[in-house]
Ligand binder design. Sequence first.
Ligand code: SF4
Length: 289
Amino acid sequence: MKIKIAKNSGFCFGVRRAIDIALGVSKKSGSVYTIGPIIHNPQVVGELENKGVKVIKKLSDIKTGSIIIRAHGVPKNIFDEAKAKGIKILDATCPFVTRSKNYAEKLGSEGYKIIIIGNPKHPEIKYIFSYLPKNTVILKTNEDIKKLKFFPKMGIITQTTQSPENFIKIASGLLGYSNEFKIFNTICPDAINRQKETQELARKCDVMFVIGGKNSANTKRLAAISKKIRKKTYHIETARDLKNEWLKNVKCVGIVAGASTPDWIIKEAIAIIKKPGNKNCREKRRIGK
Ligand code: SF4
């Protein structure tokens, strides 16, 4: 059985940067807080918790200390509230996410109706939206376009983990709704590379495993892309989700992983795929070691 692993698997630049910032602070001061998980991977968040990076639900849960702004950013009111309370802020918002926010603000200042293509419930979109006029439009699917009226100028950005196909589909669906468009392609280059590799592997392999948090938008996107090509696609969080029957009569296994999946989870899954039933092979290496 062949195992083909995507080159772009595991932590992306933005996630690695956020984790390094969090670990650096916790090492110096013993503990540090994040509002919501720093990245969308429960295993990594659990590991970080052991190293003093604690998750709080809301800012009012702490009175002093330092907070890390996670890779997806946080809404402006939280940032301002932390500042006002004198809480030390370390901004680990991914520069690609900040870039999207800056483009959207630029579009607004140039008189464009701002359109964001993305999931309104995703933290990244909540962060960007919080800096924009309240009448900014968020489109999750093509269906949402029907609610729009005509605007003379439309400026479009998209969620960093969006698939190019979806972006093009929704953006082209807007053609009848304006005379002038300005579009920034704000899909993260890392996300595009992962999506391309996923498609390539799904075409070549009999079964695909997409490894990453069930709450990770980019991992879910990879799983959906793979499933379109290869029906036998399984989104697993860790090796414990693997089932032996998925590997029966399989000649080629394709493995991709989301941007917030650590190497040790990927290695553990590979070890079990190579040797099904070997549940004791959990890698020693952990975050920050
Ligand atoms: S996937 Fe891209 S935008 Fe998201 S954190 Fe990673 S580098 Fe940043």
